[in-house]
Design a binder for this molecule. Sequence first.
Ligand code: SF4
Length: 93
Amino acid sequence: MAQVTKSPDDVIHTGTSPKSKYRIEIDRNVCIGAASCVAIGANTFTLDDKNKVLIIEGEWDSDEIVLAAAQSCPVFAIKVFEAETGKQIFPDA
Ligand code: SF4
């Protein structure tokens, strides 16, 4: 199962998944509901009833797909980190 932690104001969510080398962070204030992340990574991202992105609490898509989904976001609402080292992979730090 992916583990998702939400900030108290429900804006920033972070998640990890056992088979993924990545940790994902989403900024729901920045998300405009463009849904390209969902189209690419349907097992990693979904939208809530306000059209704001959520991290799925299950087994994610492959690492390549997770990264491609993050890169597809037009407003950079998704950050990808190496889970083990904490190094930011996308966007370039
Ligand atoms: S691609 Fe970006 S803006 Fe669109 S739903 Fe995903 S996080 Fe939100």
